[in-house]
Each structure stands twice: as C-alpha cells, then as structure tokens.
Design a protein. Structure first.
Length: 382
C-alpha cells in the first residue's frame, strides 16, 4: 500500500474534491509507482473558464473558485472584471453569504492560456460568437458546456466539435441583484450529458466541478432533458413576455391554461418525430399526462397541476419579459422558435408556437405593446 505520508500530500495537491477520481490499481499500489501517481496529480487542477458573470454564470464561478479550483470569468464589462478581481463576487440567498475573488477579464480574447473546461453562461443569442472566440483557447480534450435556455448544443457542436460539446440543464434559480451581487433563489440540480454518446472521465470531472453548486445528474439523453425544460420555458417565458404578467396571475386565467396545454401538445408532436421521450420536468411535471388526459377527470388534472405550478411560482417574472423591458432581444428563437424550425424540417405544423414567435418579434421591433390583451390573438390556435 502507499506510504501514509502520501495521503495528506495528495489532498494538498489535489484539493478536497479529488477532481479526476484517482484510481490506483493494486499492482500500482504494491509497486509504489510514484511517477505515475504524480502525473495523474498534475492533471487534477484543470484550467476553467466561465463565460458570463450574470446570475447563473457568476454563481457557478463563485462556488467553483471558493472550492479551490482555478477559475477565470469573462464579464463583458471592464469595470465589472476589476470589481470581481478586487472585491469578489458576492453571492447571497439559499446557500448563505459568500464573497469570492476570481480572476476576471472583460472579453474572451483576454483569457490566459488554454482551458480544459469552459462553461458558457451567456444568453443563447450570444453563444455562436462566443464559441468562435473560444476556439484558440481549446485543446483536443477540452470540453465546452452550454448553460443556456433552449437547445443550443447543436449550434455549439458545429463550431467547437461534437466531442467537445456538453449539454447542461440548469435546474436551480438565481437573479442578479446588481453587477457583482447575485442571489441564489432556489436549490435544485444540474443535468449534464453528451449528444448521443456515453459518459467519460471528463464528464465526471464536470460533474465534480458543478457539484460545488448543487447536485448533478448525468443524463444519457441530454437532448430530451433539455427539451423538457424548453417546453416549460416556451410556455411560461413566452406568454409572460406577451402579457407582462407574473406567472401566478397568468395561470389564474383559463384561456392561458389552454394555451399552455396546446404549446405542450405541439412540442410533444415534434418530440415524437425526433424520437425523443421527454422526461417529466424536474421529475414532476409529466407533459404526456397533461396533454393526453381526456374528459372531465383530465380537465380536473390539468387544472390542479397548472394552478399548482402557478401558485408555487406565482412571483416568477418571465426572463424574456425582463429582456424586453431592458430593450434587449429575447431568446425566442431558441425556445418556441426551436419548435417551429424543427416542425418545418419535419413537415409538422406548429401554428400556435409560430404565432407566438411572430408576436414577440413584433414587440422586439417596437410594433406591438406588451399587454394581457395579446392573448386574444392566440386563442384561435388553442
């Protein structure tokens, strides 16, 4: 067996979490092949970049850095980069108060050296440009994790390569109180996985990294997991942007509950054509039961479930609505727009989702106000 002095030494060199799961065979242990052990140790502190210092990216970077990992964050704004380096990111909320200083730069081009793992936590609209800017900082075994709403993994894979691309579902909540001050509003999970291939050691390393924030589950069908979140976002986020209402107020209205079900119905038809079996959202919201339940009992089930969601998250304000209020474009092309594009590819009509995309584009262009009455134009499609 290894000498006793090796264990505290390995803990010092590798950090508390032993990021790459050191596996020493009995033969190696018996022979005390320290040269092999030291090579493994040298790779146990990867170089990490987080692109985006908003609610999700900043919180993730802070907890990884606090755990002792080498993290560099891209902030977009020089003054925020200086603040994070000098004062640290402040994270408050459900995991307590944390202030963590992190290496920070304003732009991707300012990153220092190649990165082993990159977490892209920008808006979906920015992913393509960010991915292209990252290419000089990637090596053949780098992994790039997409943390956006919607399904961006196919776009990411086209740029950085399928083998480097990791899908990620963010199943917890955070908000930006002010630049550099983030509030973690709810705990939950991450789900991570490759597109159509089995997990490997590097995916388990990503699991270890992200578990500094919340528990992580590895999915062998990450696109289905992403699609599950896409459906709920296409309902909540998009209708919230059209109406200007908080979720609780929206789901009190029977006509909006009907629209919810129809959005899900069109989305599931696309999923069937894509050979996706969509899991219940967060293991609880079963879209198939909601859509397929018929008669009076089906109506009662839908009423109870959707009103329950509305009550639990009654103060939730659509992220797309917040973008519109700040004069910024939404992520509609990666939510309902994804359903519409896939429908056209597969020859399946998605009239309600198509109308939602059209109306939100009109709001973005200043041609339509945000108001509850917008729902009336959608009712013929429900």
């Amino acid at each position: 067996m290894l000498p006793l002095f090796f264990y505290p030494l390995s803990k010092y060199l590798c950090g508390e979490r032993n990021i790459l799961r050191l596996e020493i065979s009995n033969k190696l242990a018996a022979n005390c092949n320290f040269s092999h052990v030291c090579v493994n140790i040298a790779h146990m502190k990867p170089e990490i970049a987080v692109i985006g210092a908003g609610a999700i990216g900043g919180t993730t970077a802070a907890f990884m850095a606090e755990a002792g990992y080498s993290v560099e964050i891209v902030t977009k704004y020089p003054e925020l980069a200086r603040k994070i380096e000098n004062e640290g990111i402040l994270v408050t909320g459900v995991k307590g108060k944390h202030r963590v200083k992190i290496k920070a730069v304003p732009h991707v081009k300012d990153l220092k050296g190649p990165k082993d793992f990159v977490f892209i936590a920008t808006k979906a609209n920015d992913l393509e440009n960010v991915a292209r800017e990252l290419l000089p900082f990637l090596h053949k075994d780098s992994r790039v994790v997409s943390m956006q709403n919607g399904i961006c993994e196919f776009t990411l894979a086209e740029i950085v390569g399928k083998d480097r691309t990791v899908g990620c579902v963010v199943g917890w909540g955070a908000t930006m109180v002010s630049p550099g001050h983030l509030e973690m509003t709810s705990k939950g999970h991450f789900w991570i996985g490759y597109i159509n291939r089995e997990p490997d050691d590097r995916l388990y390393t990503i699991k270890d990294l992200l578990e500094t924030v919340v528990p992580v589950e590895i999915s062998t069908d990450i696109i289905a997991q992403l699609y599950s979140k896409l459906i709920i976002n296409s309902s909540i986020t998009s209708l919230g942007a059209l109406t200007g209402l908080y979720l609780g107020d929206m789901l009190k209205k029977g006509e909006i509950r009907r629209l919810f079900i129809k959005i899900m119905d069109e989305a599931l038809e696309i999923a069937d054509a894509m050979n996706l079996k969509v899991p219940p959202y967060e293991g609880k919201l079963d879209y198939y039961k909601l859509v397929n339940s018929k008669g009076i009992f089906g109506n009662i089930l839908r009423y109870i479930v959707i009103r329950g969601v509305g009550f639990k998250y009654r103060k939730l304000k659509s992220s797309s609505l917040q973008s519109l209020e700040r004069g910024r474009p939404t992520e509609i092309d990666y939510l309902n727009g994804f359903i519409v594009r896939k429908g056209k590819e597969l020859g399946i009509p998605t009239p309600l989702n198509e109308k939602i995309v059209e109306m939100i584009k009109e709001i973005e262009q200043g041609k339509r106000p945000i108001r509850p009455e917008n729902i009336e134009e959608l009712l013929p499609y429900a």
